[in-house]
Design a protein around this ligand. Structure first.
Ligand code: ATP
Length: 233
């Protein structure tokens, strides 16, 4: 479904991704784990067209994304819930969700908004609230809800559990599992490697911009090197 072949991505003179090759099949949950600065967010930003690879290619369902503007990439079915959530903090929950559907012209936007509010009852309670005044967990739910409003075929999730209390982390991961069961393919970037590997069909380990390991989530959970470096020994 999503095929990333040998991409090299730079910020000026700094190389953030080095010959990265990753693929995601339809229906999968694929996790990217790695330490701070490994290049995880850069990878997602490159897929969604916010950064361009200097070399290498990205194709989605056989279509080359390399020169596609970001809004066309959303239209093709790729939606990004960014790190730090990046919700519009001066707008209400309602307005944020509406903006998530900005590329759509069909009549089902209201129906989908209801579905998001059913999935995240807390967002229904806070519907008119200024989103900047919500808690971290609520803002994370809003970021995912907003990403769902474009009806993605693949959802790119950047650190959805960052800074959340353990019970909320469990809730977020359960929602990711539910979305996947309902047919949404997921590419998730996480520092919480344990949780991410538990739910991932497959995963890649990124170190200083390069893929150093890839396997099933289960195999990586049992891998001594991964245990030592990412799972607390
Ligand atoms: P974290 O989990 O800490 O967010 P990450 O794995 O997502 O880390 P990236 O944010 O992708 O890592 O950063 C990869 C590398 O690129 C880092 O060395 C970072 O300092 C560098 N980098 C990221 N954004 C920029 C930028 N706008 N300008 C220059 N360098 C950047």
């Amino acid at each position: 479904m999503l095929d990333i072949q040998g991409i090299n991505v730079f910020y000026g003179a700094i190389q953030a991704l080095n010959d990265v090759t990753i693929n995601v099949q339809s229906g999968e949950i694929v996790a990217i784990i790695g330490s701070n600065g490994a290049g995880k967010s850069t990878l997602l930003r490159t897929i969604s067209g916010l950064l361009r690879p200097r070399t290498g290619s990205i194709t989605f369902k056989g279509r080359d994304l390399t020169d596609c503007p970001a809004h066309d990439i959303v239209k093709m079915g790729i939606s990004h819930s960014p790190e730090g959530r990046r919700i519009f903090t001066n707008m209400s929950v309602h307005e944020n969700l509406q903006l998530g559907a900005f590329i759509r012209k069909d009549a089902d936007v209201d129906k989908d908004m209801e579905a998001v509010l059913d999935r995240f009852p807390r967002l229904r309670e806070r519907f008119k609230q200024n989103s900047g005044t919500m808690s971290g967990g609520e803002q994370q739910m809003l970021a995912i809800g907003r990403a769902l409003m474009s009806r993605p075929q693949i959802l790119l999730l950047d650190e959805p559990s960052l800074g959340l209390a353990p019970n909320l982390v469990t809730e977020i991961f359960n929602i990711v599992l539910d979305l996947n069961k309902e047919g949404c393919t997921i590419l998730i970037v996480e520092q919480n490697a344990n949780r991410a590997l538990e739910i991932a069909h497959r995963a890649y380990v990124l170190e200083t911009g390069s893929v150093v390991l890839s396997d099933t989530g289960k195999a990586l959970l049992a891998n001594p090197k991964v245990k030592e470096a990412y799972l607390g020994g």
